[in-house]
Design a protein around this ligand. Structure first.
Ligand SMILES: CC(C)(COP(=O)(O)OP(=O)(O)OC[C@H]1O[C@@H](n2cnc3c(N)ncnc32)[C@H](O)[C@@H]1OP(=O)(O)O)[C@@H](O)C(=O)NCCC(=O)NCCS
Length: 294
């Protein structure tokens, strides 16, 4: 680690409330995102480890956080980590502080034996030097399948502690939504993303699966994710929620839905980057569900 006058490097301090508040302050100031809303959703990801520089007043100046992101890729369980919350305060940029925290986080991932590291960025040029490669993500588009079997549906409400507890239980015991590419566990970001996406509806279908969905402006049904011990068929989902759509977009590889759509490359600003052996990389088109974005 380079010598940084008046700055102190710290990692893994989530049990220190003042340091955690300082990190939240950095993310509020740089991204305008309030990560403390996670506290009312059951708390931050317990696997998260921040790597940060602090100044003498206790302000967090630079950070990247690593967390465990177990994946299923082409049917194989892959021990993976995610990197998120990468930021440096404007007055301290260009001094190599980001390089410091990235190198520390990647050394941690390598020492822990993670076979893959993933991140999402609008600046892919920052990460090639660390061995990350961009991967195209896709949406899957097609006609709404008919003939499904309807189950009872109940809309969940993140304002309800009982619904948050139910959702956490289903997320903790979930099946991956795709065998091609999906997190095996991603509870905290699912809840956080739901809180940030007011147009997303969470419907409990039967007793074992919650679907995250919304209607597109053109009237298409958009399926964002499924949390549960069972992955329902797309036809059964549509019969249950009765959205009345004729067209569907699925935001993850739909191999478990008994439905096929056309894979359309996503043109969004955020690029998924993976650092992993070629042999483990996903072969077909896929996407990380928007509810799992980090
Ligand atoms: C991106 C950001 C974290 C860089 O912080 P920084 O402290 O200036 O970065 P460093 O000084 O450690 O630079 C590390 C390297 O990245 C390069 N770099 C910095 N910003 C870059 C950019 N926007 N595009 C490409 N490379 C960049 C630097 O040239 C340096 O290269 P070197 O190691 O060959 O000298 C900072 O500008 C920031 O917080 N931006 C706003 C939030 C953001 O974009 N976060 C990352 C998104 S995932």
């Amino acid at each position: 680690m380079s010598d940084r006058k008046d700055l102190t490097f710290c990692s893994g301090y989530f049990s220190d409330p003042a340091a955690s508040r300082a990190l939240a302050g950095l993310l509020q100031d740089v991204f305008g995102i309030d990560v403390t809303i996670m506290n009312r959703l059951g708390g931050p990801d317990p696997t998260g480890i921040p790597f940060s520089w602090f100044d003498a007043d206790g302000a967090c100046i630079a950070n990247i956080s690593a967390f465990s992101l177990p994946l299923v890729i082409d049917g194989v369980s892959v021990r993976a980590a995610g990197l998120q919350s990468g930021a440096v305060r404007p007055g301290h940029r260009g001094m190599g502080l980001y390089r410091d925290v990235m190198e520390a986080a990647l050394a941690h991932c390598d020492a822990e034996g993670f076979a893959a590291v993933a991140l999402l960025t609008d600046t892919p040029a920052l990460y090639g030097r660390y061995g990350f490669e961009p991967r195209a993500q896709h949406r899957f588009a097609g006609s709404a399948p008919g003939g499904g079997t309807a189950s009872p549906v109940r809309r969940l409400d993140l304002g309800s502690a009982a619904d948050i507890a139910l959702l956490r239980r289903l997320l903790d015991g979930r099946q991956p939504v795709s065998d091609r590419f999906a997190p095996a566990r991603q509870t905290e970001m699912f809840l956080f993303n739901t809180a940030l996406m007011p147009d997303v509806r969470l419907d409990l279908i039967g007793e074992e699966a919650v679907i995250a969905w919304r209607m597109a402006e053109d009237g298409a049904f958009e399926l964002l994710d499924i949390a549960g011990a069972r992955i329902p068929r797309l036809a059964d989902i549509l019969a249950s929620v009765q959205a009345g759509a004729t067209r569907v977009f699925v935001h993850f590889a739909p191999d478990r839905l008994e439905w096929e759509g056309d894979a359309l490359a996503d043109a969004g600003d955020m690029v998924l980057m993976l650092r992993m052996a070629k042999a483990l990389q996903p072969q077909g088109p896929f996407a990380l569900s928007p509810m799992a974005e980090f």
